[in-house]
Design a protein around this ligand. Structure first.
Ligand code: ADP
Ligand code: MG
Length: 233
């Protein structure tokens, strides 16, 4: 599904160059649930953003579902992003003046799904994340955990092959974090591929594989026995 070979990425800061990723080799198979761990500044978000086609690699190669991700124009990139990738962020990134239902329906709008159908689909995904009764509420009327559920429903609505989550529990208390992880585990149980960036050990252990980044390289990559979040909620 994801094949990354000898990936390097630097950022230029005036006359300084910050070499963030220094030769990453990283494969993800369909159906995996992978935690990407590392201290702050270790390059986790940079790696996830490259996987998510939100940022470009300098050298090396990246193949997504058999498609080499190289020299794509923005239209093509947007097409692959919509087709293959769903995003979940620490700060939810919901649109404040749109209801929960409208937020979930938004990716379907960009896919030109007709209004009635996208509302039905959005409602179906809101129901899946347990928020059917909150469809008409604005983000400001929802708790942090509920906002993240809306964001997860929105990510799922476009039916991507891979979900990319950057610190999805970073703004939530432990109990709410475990509830969100339970939902992500259920989504993975259904076969969806998930990459979860976290710096929290307990969250990482709820994935099936842990990749440890340090100083721009992967220092450990191991399969683990998944801790089920349902034991904690
Ligand atoms: P993490 O997510 O592990 O905390 P990041 O991938 O966000 O780390 O950042 C890795 C390093 O790259 C940090 O030192 C950060 O300041 C730097 N960095 C990230 N994005 C940019 C950018 N767009 N421009 C310049 N430096 C950046
Ligand atoms: Mg980060």
């Amino acid at each position: 599904m994801i094949v990354i070979k000898d990936l390097h990425k630097s950022y230029k800061m005036g006359s300084n160059v910050l070499h963030v990723l220094k030769g990453i080799n990283f494969n993800v198979e369909e159906g995996e649930m992978v935690a990407i761990m590392g201290s702050s500044g270790s390059g986790k978000s940079t790696l996830l953003n490259i996987v998510g086609m939100l940022d470009l690699l300098d050298t090396g190669s990246y193949t997504l579902d058999g498609v080499p991700i190289v020299n794509l124009n923005e239209t093509k990139a947007a097409k692959y992003r919509n087709k293959f990738l769903g995003f979940i962020f620490q700060s939810f990134n919901l649109i404040n003046y749109k209801t929960a239902l409208e937020n979930v329906a938004l990716p379907l709008y960009y896919q030109r799904v007709p209004k009635k159908e996208r509302d039905e689909k959005a409602m179906q995904y809101l129901t899946k994340v347990g928020l059917a009764n909150w469809a008409t509420h604005l983000p400001s009327e929802l708790s942090g955990g509920q906002k993240q559920r809306v964001a997860i429903a929105r990510a799922l609505a476009a039916q991507p092959k891979v979900l990319l989550a950057d610190e999805p529990t970073g703004a939530l208390d432990s109990t709410t974090s475990y509830e969100v992880m339970q939902l992500l585990q259920e989504i993975n149980d259904e076969g969806k591929t998930l990459l979860v960036v976290t710096h929290e050990e307990d969250i990482a252990k709820m994935c099936k594989r842990i990749v440890q980044l340090k100083d721009g390289v992967i220092i450990e990559d191991k399969k683990v026995n998944q801790v089920r979040a349902s034991e904690y909620v």
